[in-house]
Design a protein around this ligand. Structure first.
Ligand SMILES: [Zn+2]
Length: 48
């Protein structure tokens, strides 16, 4: 189960499970990096 992701901006995103992590990552991208978008598969590839 992957629950952490290091965003290229230096922020570490965490979630209690993969679904939450993907949601939180997409919310972070929308807020901080509106020009970037990743699919669930891409997010989970980068997650750890
Ligand atoms: Zn970021």
């Amino acid at each position: 189960m992957k629950t952490h992701l290091n965003c290229p901006c230096g922020e570490v995103l965490t979630g209690s499970d993969e679904d939450v992590l993907v949601e939180r990552t997409q919310a972070h991208l929308a807020q901080v990096h509106p020009t970037m978008s990743y699919t669930r598969e891409e997010i989970l590839l980068m997650a750890w």
